[in-house]
Design a protein around this ligand. Structure first.
Ligand SMILES: [Zn+2]
Length: 388
């Protein structure tokens, strides 16, 4: 990038910060949950397995979660978890891999937990150790659970973020969905997620595809991110467009009634290449848009690093009208440019508080329009800015 471009960018960024950028995308972003009360350690890595077979009413998970204790002198660790999950096993090891003795664990008072989609009730699990845990002590938690028979749903549901399991869609979007132990106010960490589903389904998972194999009617896929992302997945009978790609590319996970338009992928890829060129290689060559089948007025979108989850209602008409309706196309482009920029402004830099969140969202709006102008000219940039 030339120096004068950088200076203009900085100037515009300062002006944007000063005057504020109203956002029609105010639901689009990255959730930062309120800090929960209790003895919450810090998550340093996730290694998560899910085994899903709706024909057998099976939804089970085995999770290895690396932690650093942040409370001195306590004998317990507290976490929150979805009330429909039956815990089959909890155990802990230290940094050397030796078992840590626990006297037991129990459920405390359920708590009201507020995320973007509203307030839900989560269970509090309290694990009691024989000895106090040292400050900064490294721990690894092994957690196994399964969904109780009454926890299986019908159709597509209405809560974009929560744990949802039905024959049409299985999803948990974010650490505070209740499918992962809610351990602190910001659960992003390097992650590895492996999911087995019937091979009629595909799962949209953050990170880079490490392996995928099909066996006896099931497909097992592993994704990995070495940077801190929120754990998330959405599995359904998706079609992946534009299909398998090598190197740098963009993938759309669409439902049967959504028609992929080549211009969508081309625009998303142009944004991705420009951001990579200007702001650095994120180390993940694929950017992914995963449409979540859901009945939800007004839509929703959530960045999980290189993977963005969008409610189908977000762009419900664009799949049939992308090439003919300029207003719809511009809204879609503005959204794509906004969400892709979060890979750079929400996951490379630490932030906290309302102003930082506003800057993360306003900054992504600004960059989306600016990048649109760089790619497609001044008139296009003006049209995109008018979308916010
Ligand atoms: Zn956003």
């Amino acid at each position: 990038m030339k120096l004068d471009t950088l200076l203009y960018l900085l100037l515009f960024a300062i002006i944007a910060l000063a005057i504020g950028l109203p956002s029609y995308l105010n639901k689009a972003g990255r959730v930062k949950a309120p800090a929960a009360q209790g003895s919450f350690p810090t998550v340093t890595a996730y290694d998560l397995f899910f085994n899903i077979d709706l024909a057998q009413q099976l939804f089970q998970s085995r999770q290895t979660i690396s932690l650093v204790n942040s409370n001195a002198g306590r004998k317990e660790i507290t976490f929150l978890i979805h009330p429909d999950l039956v815990i089959d096993k909890i155990s802990f090891t230290d940094a050397q891999g030796s078992s840590l003795a626990i006297t037991g664990w129990s459920f405390g008072q359920p708590v009201a937990y507020t995320r973007l989609s509203g307030t839900v009730t989560l269970n509090t699990a309290i694990v009691q150790f024989t000895k106090a845990i040292s400050p900064r002590q490294v721990l690894t938690m092994q957690l196994e659970y399964h969904l109780k028979p009454g926890g299986f749903q019908n159709g597509v549901g209405r809560d974009f973020y929560g744990l949802f399991v039905s024959a049409q869609n299985q999803r948990a979007i974010g650490f505070d969905s209740g499918a992962f132990p809610v351990i602190e106010s910001n659960g992003a960490a390097p992650l590895k997620i492996t999911i087995t589903v019937p091979d009629s389904e595909l799962c949209g998972i953050p990170g880079q595809l490490v392996s995928s194999e099909t066996s006896h009617g099931f497909i097992t896929s592993t994704y990995q991110a070495t940077r801190p992302y929120d754990p998330a997945f959405s599995c359904a009978a998706y079609k992946k467009e534009p299909g398998s790609l090598n190197g740098i590319g963009v993938e759309f996970y669409l439902t049967a009634d959504q028609t992929y338009r080549a211009g969508m992928g081309a625009a998303a890829l142009d944004y991705f290449k420009l951001y990579r060129q200007l702001f650095g290689d994120p180390g993940l060559g694929i950017f992914r848009f995963v449409y979540v089948p859901i009945e939800l007025e007004g839509g929703g979108a959530e960045s999980k690093g290189n993977t963005v989850y969008l409610s189908k209602q977000n762009n419900v008409d664009v799949f049939s009208n992308f090439d003919t309706d300029t207003n719809l196309k511009n809204k879609f482009m503005a959204l794509v440019g906004h969400e892709e920029f979060h890979e750079w402004n929400a996951y490379y830099s630490s932030w906290s508080g309302d102003l930082a969140q506003w800057w993360t969202e306003g900054g992504a709006n600004f960059m989306s329009a600016w990048a649109g102008e760089m790619l497609w000219g001044a008139a296009y940039g003006r049209a995109l800015r008018a979308q916010y």
